[in-house]
Design a protein around this ligand. Structure first.
Ligand SMILES: NC(=O)c1ccc[n+]([C@@H]2O[C@H](COP(=O)([O-])OP(=O)(O)OC[C@H]3O[C@@H](n4cnc5c(N)ncnc54)[C@H](O)[C@@H]3O)[C@@H](O)[C@H]2O)c1
Ligand SMILES: O[C@H]1[C@H](O)[C@@H](O)[C@H](O)[C@@H](O)[C@H]1O
Length: 341
């Protein structure tokens, strides 16, 4: 079996603490070697009870801790570029939470840095690719029995947005998942974006444009629409319906316990991403650990992270300007497939 993979986790907030727990208790073949967070109490709380773990306020110190052989980045998006470059400089494989780097110029610098290395080190945390329902839908579409996909209708609802969440983040944080899922499901790039705003919900914080309706066009002329509503107040819902030439397929109906009593039936709704995508995160991190231990890096690539950043940026321009905005990607280095599978 060999030594477990020693992982440094950067960022010990909501996602980072959950990944520390997952690496420590769920995933096989890995151990948490270091946790970094400028809020050192969070790092300590996440690492509590883990034998041999080092905690640091400084991410680079965590990368240099004894036994660190790989990095999981779960700090806020603006900190990702520096963390990825620090990992590349140490030749460490990385699993980086989405968005890879929020701005497209920074994302392109990551693609260029990895291309200079000549081999992949980064996997990007688009975990929907590891969700059982999304994988079934992808296999069905790839199998061809439904014919060519013509449209994807997507829904992305959160109970409430975190403090300070902006109208742009509905696109570059929330819809970044649909951007990646659509590219992956359809196997092609998104070429243009239009954003419409229905009347904002009274349940959204003052000034936040929520919900939004986002429409993407693809290279082959398919359309992808997304209702994103991050203060819906009632549950975490992610749905996708593919409409194809010879049929359709839908995922994301609630598959939870249904309790029936004399006064009716009650179906549970997931409260957040950690519940809805728990299995997907487990599979994502296990696949990453297995691949890295076998000397490979697989899954969503830095190019996928870059493409998502460019499309999201076009989406934010479309939100602000009101029109249709074309997506312009830089030339793709040979290291990357168009859309990694
Ligand atoms: N895949 C998903 O579904 C999913 C879900 C939620 C969040 N995320 C992503 O995970 C990342 C973290 O989100 P979160 O919800 O855990 O945020 P959070 O605010 O709960 O936690 C972020 C933590 O990072 C720390 N931090 C700040 N700067 C840092 C740095 N330079 N180095 C290390 N740590 C630093 C903060 O102190 C905080 O504890 C973001 O990129 C976010 O988009 C992904
Ligand atoms: O950062 C989070 C996360 O990516 C969730 O999966 C998504 O549902 C939220 O909208 C987003 O803000």
């Amino acid at each position: 079996m060999g030594e477990p993979l020693g992982v440094a986790v950067l960022g010990a907030g909501n996602m980072g603490a959950d990944h520390v727990r997952r690496l420590d208790r769920v995933v096989s073949g890995a151990r948490v070697a270091a946790v970094a967070d400028p809020d050192i109490e969070r790092a300590r709380a996440a690492g509590a009870g883990i034998a041999g773990v080092r905690v640091h306020p400084d991410p680079e110190a965590a990368l240099d801790a004894p036994g660190v052989a790989a990095v999981l980045i779960a700090s806020p998006g603006p900190a990702h570029e520096a963390a990825l470059l620090a990992a590349f400089a140490r030749d460490l494989p990385v699993l980086c939470e989405k968005p890879m780097v929020p701005d497209s110029a920074g994302a392109l610098r990551i693609v260029a840095a990895e291309a200079r290395l000549g081999r992949r080190l980064a996997q990007i945390g688009f975990m929907r690719r590891y969700d059982a329902e999304y994988r079934r839908l992808k296999a069905l579409l790839d199998g061809g029995s439904l014919g060519r996909p013509l449209m994807l209708h997507c829904v992305h609802r959160n109970v409430s947005s975190p403090p300070g969440f902006t109208s742009a983040q509905l696109i570059n944080s929330s819809v970044s998942h649909e951007i990646d899922a659509a590219r992956w499901l359809l196997g092609e790039e998104l070429t243009a974006v239009t954003v419409r705003r229905p009347v904002s919900s009274g349940g959204a914080p003052e000034g936040l444009i929520d919900p939004q309706f986002v429409l993407f066009e693809t290279e082959r002329g398919a359309l992808v629409d997304v209702e994103v509503f991050v203060n819906c107040g009632f549950g975490y819902q992610v749905r996708c319906e593919a409409v194809c030439e010879a049929g359709g397929a839908r995922i994301g109906e609630e598959h939870t316990l249904v309790v029936t009593r004399a006064d009716g039936a009650r179906q549970e709704v997931a409260p957040d991403h950690l519940v809805r995508f728990a299995d997907a995160y487990d599979r994502e991190v296990q696949d990453w650990v297995d691949a890295v231990r076998a000397g490979r890096v697989t899954g969503p690539s830095a190019w996928d992270g870059y493409a998502a950043a460019v499309v999201a940026e076009a989406g934010v321009r479309a939100l602000e300007g009101g029109g249709r905005v074309a997506v312009g990607l830089a030339p793709r280095p040979d290291l990357y497939a168009t859309v990694s599978r």
